[in-house]
Design a protein around this ligand. Structure first.
Ligand SMILES: Cc1cc2nc3c(=O)[nH]c(=O)nc-3n(C[C@H](O)[C@H](O)[C@H](O)COP(=O)(O)O)c2cc1C
Length: 301
């Protein structure tokens, strides 16, 4: 019998498979398809202080082995998440959930966490994943994730808003991701997660214009897997805090590769949009795949 359990910042989860923010809604939508309690946990949709409609359409463009998105943090706002989304999720999910938080200022990040953490739904939350890497919004998001000082300022602002673990979600759109990870660790982050999407664009040959209304978008899916793996490997070597790996993961084999690169757990993004059962299948395939490669438990040594 293999053991799929992993420790994530002091919380033991049944397996390292975590649907990634923005590709799994607030979870209950997927609970209509399968029992989502099979997952290690999942990261809910990036939540901001105010409701956001997101960017103009078109905001999805298909690519070979991946997709571009410029959704732009569409979400109902933190108060509605506390009032509507989390109570609905509570009926179908009985594990700690990862709360993904976004903002346009360090104060906004802190206030969103404060509201969640002081709400009646706080017990549902296991970790806060602070997204400093959204490439699809202006004046916030990725601008915090591409400069070590800016990244550190977000960690500083949120660190004392909660006793729960803070995971900082990093951008791959930098020259040296380990610099940013080290800055976050130094300021007291409990973990880092990476990668968010890689900035890209496509043209429509007929209109001679960019396909996305936002012009640029974030690339994700199998195309980015080797890049993500390289960044997880480099970051895991550079910091002592846990590293959550993601980017193009679509099979149990990919999960094992991420774990071999040094990930403590693995998030699954675009694969959920291609096949809504993708994460369930990965969880199901994991024990057999571990056995096949002689892995009895994590970490893989
Ligand atoms: C449609 C879409 C929406 C996303 N929204 C968010 C978000 O709200 N917050 C966040 O931290 N990441 C968001 N992401 C990034 C993913 O969580 C993940 O980091 C990225 O897609 C790479 O993983 P993948 O290749 O498995 O998709 C989004 C990705 C997609 C495809």
């Amino acid at each position: 019998m293999v053991d799929t359990k992993v420790d994530l910042c002091g919380i033991t989860i049944d397996n390292p498979v975590i649907p990634a923010s923005g590709t799994f809604g607030y979870g209950y939508e997927f609970a209509e398809l399968y029992d989502i309690n099979c997952l290690g946990t999942f990261s809910f949709k990036g939540t901001t202080l105010e409701p956001r409609f997101g960017n103009e359409t078109p905001r999805i463009a298909e690519c070979p082995a991946g997709m571009l998105n410029s959704v732009g943090l569409q979400n109902p706002g933190v108060d509605d998440v506390i009032r509507e989304e989390l109570p609905t999720l509570e009926r179908v999910f009985h594990k700690p959930v990862m709360a993904n938080v976004s903002g346009f200022s360090t104060d906004e990040y802190a206030e969103v966490i404060r509201r969640l953490d002081r709400s009646r739904m706080a017990d549902m939350i296991g970790w806060y994943e602070v997204n400093i890497s959204c490439p699809n919004v202006h004046g916030g998001g990725m601008s915090f994730g591409t400069d070590p000082k800016m990244a550190a300022s977000v960690v500083k602002a949120v660190r004392w808003t909660t006793d729960k673990p803070i995971i900082i979600k990093l951008s791959p759109n930098v020259t040296d991701i380990t610099e940013i990870a080290i800055a976050c660790e130094t300021e007291g982050a409990d973990a880092v997660s990476l990668i968010n999407t890689l900035m890209g664009m496509r043209f429509d040959l007929r209109t001679r214009k960019p396909i996305l209304a936002n012009v640029t978008g974030g690339l994700s899916g199998p195309a980015v897997f080797p890049v993500a793996l390289r960044m997880v490997y480099q970051t895991a070597k550079a910091v002592r805090i846990p590293v959550i790996g993601m980017g193009g993961v679509s099979s149990a084999e990919d999960v094992l590769e991420m774990m071999m690169a040094g990930a403590a757990a693995v998030e699954v993004g675009a694969a959920n949009l291609v096949d809504p059962y993708a994460s369930q299948k990965i969880v199901r395939d994991l024990p057999e795949t571990m056995k096949k490669f002689g892995i009895e438990a994590f970490p893989v040594v």
